[in-house]
Structure formats: C-alpha cells, structure tokens
Design a binder for this molecule. Structure first.
Ligand code: FE2
Ligand code: FE2
Length: 472
C-alpha cells in the first residue's frame, strides 16, 4: 500500500522516500536544478500567487487541494497510484506472471528509453508555453495555463523519480539531461518534433492541449499497462491530472468557435477577421496543423520496436484489459495504412508490428469527439459551416505518408501543387499575424478578450470573476 503524502518533507511524496536516504539525497540534489530550470525556462510573467490545485493524495476521496500559492513554492511531489495487491501482467509473453517491482536486466535499456522519451515531453511543453502569460485572454485562462505548467513540471518529477529510483547512475544522468535539452534549441533540442514547435498564441495553446496533450494521454495509457509496476502506477496518477489539461483544450477551442460564430451571425458574414475574432477558415488551418503533427507522434505505421515492447510487457495497448483477444497477438494480423505505388492503400501486417497504427486509430476516434462538439456549437448558432479532421495522410512527416502530399480530404497532390495550395490548408503568415494581433492581455477580474467567449464554469466552484491570479 502507498502511504499518504508526507508534506513535512522537502519533497512531498507517497513513496516513503525517507526510508531510502540515498535516493532521497539524490533527488534533493536534483531539486535545486529543477527550480533553476523552472526559473529560467518556466512561465515568464511575474506573479505573486496563483489559485492552483496541488496533488496531496492519490485516493478516490479527494486527491487535490486548491489555494493561492506562489508558483516557485509549488509543492511538486512524487505520487504513485495505490499499489494493487497481486497485480499480474496483462499481455505479452509474461502474461499472467506477477508484475515487476524491479527492472529486469534484459529490459533495462528499453524501459529507461521509454521513460526518458515520455519525461522529455513534460518540461518541453512548459518551455513552449512560457511566453503565453503576456497575452492571456483572462485571469481564468492565465490560471489554467499555469496549472497545466506546474503539473507538467510534476510529471517531470514523476519520470525523474523512476530514473533515480530504478536506473542507477545512468538514470541520474538522464535526469540531468531532461533539464539540459530545451524546446527549439539548436544544440540540444527536445526528442520529439512536435515539442520543438513554438506555441506563440492562445489558439495554438488550446489546439496543443487538445491535440498534442491528448497524444500524451494515449502514451500514458499504454505505459499504465506496463509490467513494470512503478511505471504503471506513476502513469495512472498522471492520467488523473491530464484530464484537466484535456478540459482546457476542449473548452478553449469551444469558446473560440462560440465567439466566432456569434460574430458571424451578428454580421451575417464569414469574413470576420476585421471584427476582432478568428475566422473559421483560420481555425480550420490551425486544427489541420496541430492534428497532423500530433499524428506523427505515434510513429510509423509499423514498428518492430513497439512489437518487442509489447511482447516483453513494457508497453501495452490502450485499454488493454477491454480487448477481447489473447493479449499476445502472435497469430493475429492487422490492416495498416500504407503507400502502394505512390497511392494510399492498406496493407496486412502481423498485429504486433501494427501497434502504432492501433494506438493512432484510438486517438483519431477520440479526436472525432472534439469535432462533433465544435460542430454542434456552429449548428446551435444556426450556421451551415462545419469543421473537420483532415485525412490521416495530410501533412505527415513520419511514416508511410511522409513521401506524399495530399489535400485535407485525401486527394494526392504533386509537389508543385502542394506548394501552390498549402496556404489553403495550413496556417499562413497572414493567419498567424492576424491571430497574434488579437492577443492582448486582459488581467482585470471578470473581463475577457474580444476573440473568445467566457467559460461556462469557473475552477473548483469559483465564479469566472474570481481572483485566480495576483500579478506582481
Ligand atoms: Fe504531462
Ligand atoms: Fe498534459
């Protein structure tokens, strides 16, 4: 069983850190480096305090508390979901064996790599978003940005704990590297492409939290199935925090569309750029961009690495226990997207090799949910226009479709046609400049910028006009 969180310690935790002095000292010596990173690469806007949620426990009955805290004093801690007694491995060649409490030697390198790649995305997003405070549309939104930021910081702690506790000297070195790589850096960029893109405006932020953070949710979902129990429990608790990040993205895009639709109806035109909102076609191009770069994060259609991870029990499928098959997949086949003679096609491959495609499809199905609700907003406003998800082959840089260009509805384009038409599909410099021109900060309680509707609910039962942030 896990102990409840100990807040009297330097590093709040529910892993009985005080019982392992060496580990405690190692993490305490990493802590100032983390704080230096937060000061130099974290949110730039100076604040006195922010109304934040802090994880204090992992149980069902209340796991977080809310209050105004100075961000530097945020209690980043180490929390694992409660240990399930007698947990058994649910898939792969070790299916049915007891879950591992230690790292098996033969899987050490692979597990370490999986943790490092996941860990690298957490601080990366904080770095990408560090300038957004300067243009927050309301104090409510500003608070949500900072909440996401401190929790991504905590997710870094979660991965660093695993590295320190289970991977010895190499793990400690990797933990240092997680602070040295930086988003967009020339010399030491973050590992995954989408995490080196900038998040220059709030529409990008909402699209990022909807589409890219959602990729994170799916990756954590596969690691939650891991035979390595500490990783599984860490990810389970991180998923709990991710729900809020998803909410920020979903309702953020809702509110942009709601406001745009309002002005479209009032002025009876699509051409609302001059009226201080984001036109629908610009929203669609932002969506196309963020969706397609997020699809790339799932990797190639086929992968023998991922097949090996599955067979070894390191990384499962989304909702593994709800799948109605043998959870070994050695005799199964799977249809994946492919390119045959330059044409979009499907190819049958061994199921194990197609697991990236399986996860990407789960993700795509989830994204359709967002489109449905956004189109409902347009419908509710009495508008005939609709938003859509572009074709899976659109704007891909990874996998089978990296070699071709297609329209958002999947029609093949020559390189010359793509060059000529990509401004219809992806945000142009003019689009970006327009969105940026709308980004004026609104720091007055209860007020909101012109380009976005207020939220339906505040945070933790507080009203929209609550003093969520005190600037310094
Ligand atoms: Fe995260
Ligand atoms: Fe997140």
């Amino acid at each position: 069983m896990t102990a409840t969180a100990d807040y009297t310690e330097k590093i709040p935790n529910n892993v009985n850190l005080h019982e392992d002095r060496r580990l405690q000292r190692a993490l305490e010596s990493w802590q100032p480096n983390f704080l230096n990173w937060w000061e130099s690469m974290g949110p730039r806007l100076p604040t006195e305090d922010v109304y934040l949620r802090t994880a204090v426990n992992v149980g069902r009955d209340g796991w977080a508390q809310f209050g105004h805290v100075a961000m530097r004093d945020y209690r980043w801690g180490i929390f694992l979901a409660e240990r399930e007694q007698d947990r058994f491995i649910g898939f792969g060649q070790h299916k049915g064996e007891p879950a591992w409490q230690k790292v098996p030697g033969e899987y050490r390198a692979d597990l370490q790599r999986l943790i490092v790649v996941q860990g690298d995305t957490e601080p990366a997003s904080v770095e990408q978003q560090r300038n957004l405070g300067a243009t927050a549309p309301s104090l409510y939104d500003l608070r949500n940005l900072f909440q996401v930021n401190v929790e991504e910081g905590r997710h870094l702690w979660a991965m660093v704990y695993l590295l320190h506790a289970y991977f010895g000297r190499e793990g400690r070195e990797e933990a240092e590297e997680l602070l040295h790589r930086n988003s967009g850096s020339e010399d030491a960029p973050r590992i995954l492409g989408a995490f080196n893109e900038e998040t220059p405006d709030w529409l990008s932020f909402f699209m990022f939290t909807y589409f890219t953070d959602r990729d994170g949710k799916y990756q954590l979902g596969t690691l939650k199935e891991s035979a390595f129990d500490p990783l599984s429990r860490t990810c389970e608790f991180m998923l709990k925090e991710e729900a809020h990040h998803m909410m920020v993205g979903t309702t953020g895009v809702d509110r942009v569309i709601e406001r745009t639709a309002q002005v479209m109806v009032e002025q009876d035109t699509d051409d609302v750029g001059g009226a201080g909102v984001v036109p629908l076609d610009v929203i669609q191009r932002y969506l196309n961009f963020h969706y397609s770069v997020s699809l790339d994060l799932f990797g190639g259609e086929t992968s023998t690495n991922v097949a090996n991870y599955y067979t070894a029990g390191l990384k499962g499928r989304w909702m593994e226990d709800r799948r109605k098959d043998d959870h070994k997949l050695t005799d199964d086949a799977y249809l994946v997207d492919s390119l045959e003679d330059g044409q979009i096609a499907q190819a049958e491959v061994p199921a194990l090799v197609g697991l990236n495609t399986d996860l990407r499809r789960e993700y795509i199905a989830d994204c359709h949910g967002g489109l449905k609700r956004w189109n409902k907003i347009l419908e509710g406003a009495g508008l005939g226009q609709r938003l859509y998800l572009p074709h899976v082959a659109f704007n891909r840089k990874v996998g089978a479709f990296a070699a071709i260009e297609v329209t958002p509805d999947g029609q093949l384009l020559s390189a010359a046609e793509w060059e000529q038409r990509k401004g219809d599909y992806l945000p142009t410099d003019v689009d970006k400049a327009h969105v940026r021109s709308l980004m004026h900060p609104v720091y007055e309680r209860g007020k909101i910028a012109s380009w976005i509707a207020p939220p339906r609910n505040g945070i933790n039962g507080k009203p929209f006009d609550y003093d969520y942030v005190h600037l310094s």
